[in-house]
Each structure stands twice: as C-alpha cells, then as structure tokens.
Design a protein around this ligand. Sequence first.
Ligand code: SPV
Ligand code: MG
Length: 291
Amino acid sequence: MNKSTQLKRLFQSQSTEYLMEAHNGLSATIVEQTGFKGIWASGLSISSSLGVRDSNEASWTQVLDVLEFMSDATKIPILLDGDTGYGNFNNARRLVKKLEQRNIAGVCIEDKLFPKTNSFIDSGTQPLADIDEFCGKLKAMKDTQDDKDFMVVARIESFIAGFGLEETLRRAEAYERAGADAILIHSKRRDPSEIELFMKEWKSKTPIIIVPTKYYSTPTSLFKELGVSTIIWANHNLRASIDAMQRISQTIFQDENLLAVENNVATVEEVFRLQKVEELKTAEAKYLPSS
Ligand code: SPV
Ligand code: MG
C-alpha cells in the first residue's frame, strides 16, 4: 500500500493511532522495527540532530535530504513537521511536490510566521498567521499534490499563543474548509484541559491529532475517550539519544578506557543489522564475479 494511503488510513481509523518521532535513517529504522505504523519527522529533532536551532536555521532542502534517508530506510509512512511551510503558499506547494517525489506521506504546517519558533520556547509572543493567508497556503498545497492520498495537516497554535477555545475553533473550521486532511491542536499546558475543551466542541469528522509532550502524565485512555485520532510522541528518540550519548561520552572521558561502557552500548553487530548488511552480502554473492 502507498505510504500516503497508509497514513490516511491511520488518521481515519476508528481507534487512536500513534506516530513516533525519528530524525534520521537510523532512528526511522528503529521506529519501524519497534512496530509503530508511522513516523513523525520532528522539526525540533531534525534541527537539533543537525546541531542547529528549531528556527528554520536548516534550509528546507537540507531537511529534505534527511527525509530522503528516512524514507529510503523504511516502508511505513512519514509525516513531515513542515513548520510554517518555509515561506508563503508558493514555497509550501513546491515543498509538496518535492515531498511526493521522495515518497513522504504527508506534511503538517503550523499557523505561525517564518522563521518559526518552537512552541515551547518562551519568547514572549508566538505571532499567528492570518487565517485567510494560511487557508490559501493549505489550498495551494492540496491543489498541487499529484497523489490523491497525500496528507496535509493543519496545525493550530492559537492555544500556544494565548488565545482561547473560540479562536481555536474558528481556525479549525476555516482550515477544514480549506481542505486540511487533519487538524493538529497544540497545547503547552501541563494538563490536558485545552485539548478536552476543544474535543468536546469538535463535532466534525476531520481527524484531530495531538502532541502530549507537556501534558505527558495524562492517561492515553482519556485521549481515546475524547476521540483523538492520532497521538504524536514528538521528540523522545532524540531526547533518549542525547541522554545516552552524554552518559557514554562522560564515562569514556573520565575513565580513559572502555571497560565500563562496552556492555552498555549496542554491539557493533547490532549496528550492522540495522544497516541491513546481510542484504549487501546476499547481493554481493549474486552480482559480484566469483573468484
Ligand atoms: C516538533 O516535534 O518539532 C514539534 C512538536 O513541532 S513540538 O516541539 O512539541 O512543538
Ligand atoms: Mg516542530
């Protein structure tokens, strides 16, 4: 099945589904092998793994290069965190073309301004995009896609920017009319109150996606009861790797030997397995002249 069709089915399935964060070919492979049905190509995780900030410092074609490795390494669908679409409607629709060429299943764009700021950075204000301008961007993206199942997700940042339910619903209805295949409602509260408020008012069939990074202690059963379509675990592979790398680097730096770490890191054989070295051996036997 097409990756885009897989993602569409995930969004439209009756049960609550999950997307797990990945930020390169290796983490994408691990997410797939774990059993997840889809990948969140997180802007925060990709930028930080490249050593830059989540402020559009990596160019969109640099992000595309990372995605190509992720997509080539896996068969499950990838939803790109496309920030604000890297410009206006014209940049966003060109992004859709390039994503389709790389077999990326969909893209999520947020209603803020380029260059974006991560939603959890307390920068005073998080200025929102004009609703009509953002709707034009969504329409241009939907009009551009060749694959009918390519998914365009509209992410609403009004709760993040300090607005209430009314503004959030106004935006959700407008983005749905503009053609969004799903709506992502973001919240930075430590409790799920904003998500609950929204879900109780949202009567439409358009799937709702959430990112419970800050309200992580909320039981998933509540989101299921509220009818949330998809939950994104947005940055936990990146944060796990930071923690592991810091611990291992510190130990080796202090000890000046590998005794304490050898049993606490993946084996070299595991690295080879994740790189699918066996496949190359089989291909070599088939295609290289036998000596
Ligand atoms: C990301 O993963 O980059 C996101 C989600 O946009 S968050 O960082 O939670 O805003
Ligand atoms: Mg992001």
